[in-house]
Design a protein around this ligand. Structure first.
Ligand code: 6GU
Length: 226
């Protein structure tokens, strides 16, 4: 069973995405466990301070080491984490292969950064892996953590209805997915490719492979040369 603990200043942001669809179903089925922790609860003064001005000056605030460290250590006292992951735009880019790897783990701890980042000593002392979800800047690591959780949880066996459907995803075989159609067979004069109505499984499989390859060549040629 995969357990994910998420350290954040905004735990309420996770309620919507974790409360519906695939993720909530996985949790209800007992295939994954998700816990959010408010870093502010680990602040050490009565003002519940969690950020401070950066040494050396510069814009924005920095998340202080102490509350984050206390939160991480409290959780680590209860179990061993396979990875302590910091979500940050300067991390390694998330891809399907990283998602596959993380979906096989038992205990993951995710730290969501905010403001201008987290005191570097937290990274030095606790973080085993740093992940970014793309080359653009978000206002915090929360949405990135949700993306990571979704990418991982849907890969756990039993989470998706059709066990093969995660295997046919775009990227799972380094190819984009072929186009898909459902009824009606003709929509605004546009016909579904006849082969899909032919009942010929071998031809259908070949068509899907061709389309996947063609689409990848046109849209993401880099995937083919990797
Ligand atoms: Cl993980 N965090 C933030 N703040 N921005 C991002 C990101 C993460 N990944 C891409 N942009």
């Amino acid at each position: 069973m995969l357990r994910i603990d998420i350290l954040t200043l905004f735990p309420e942001m996770f309620e919507g995405p974790f409360g519906s669809s695939i993720i909530s179903r996985a949790v209800k089925k007992g295939l994954a466990e998700l816990h959010t922790h408010n870093i502010r609860d680990y602040a050490f003064n009565k003002h519940r301070t969690v950020d401070d001005y950066p040494y050396g000056g510069g814009a924005g605030m920095v998340m202080m080491a102490e509350p984050v460290a206390t939160c991480i250590e409290t959780l680590q006292a209860a179990r061993t984490y396979d990875e302590v992951i910091f979500l940050t735009p300067d991390g390694d880019l998330l891809n399907q292969s990283v998602s596959n790897e993380l979906s096989t783990r038992e205990n993951l701890l995710l730290l969501c950064g905010h403001y201008k980042g987290v005191d570097e000593r937290v990274r030095e002392l606790f973080i085993t892996r740093e992940i970014s979800i793309g080359d653009y800047v978000l206002s915090g690591g929360e949405i990135a953590a949700m993306v990571l959780c979704d990418a991982i949880i849907r890969l756990i066996p039993g989470v998706l209805n059709d066990e093969t459907s995660a295997l046919s995803d775009s990227f799972q075989n380094q190819l984009l997915s072929p186009p898909v159609y459902t009824r009606p067979a003709v929509f605004r004069k546009l016909e579904v490719p006849p082969v899909l109505l032919s009942g010929n499984d071998k031809e259908i499989r070949k068509w899907k492979e061709d389309q996947a390859l063609q689409r990848t060549r046109q849209r993401r040629p880099g995937l083919l040369s990797d």
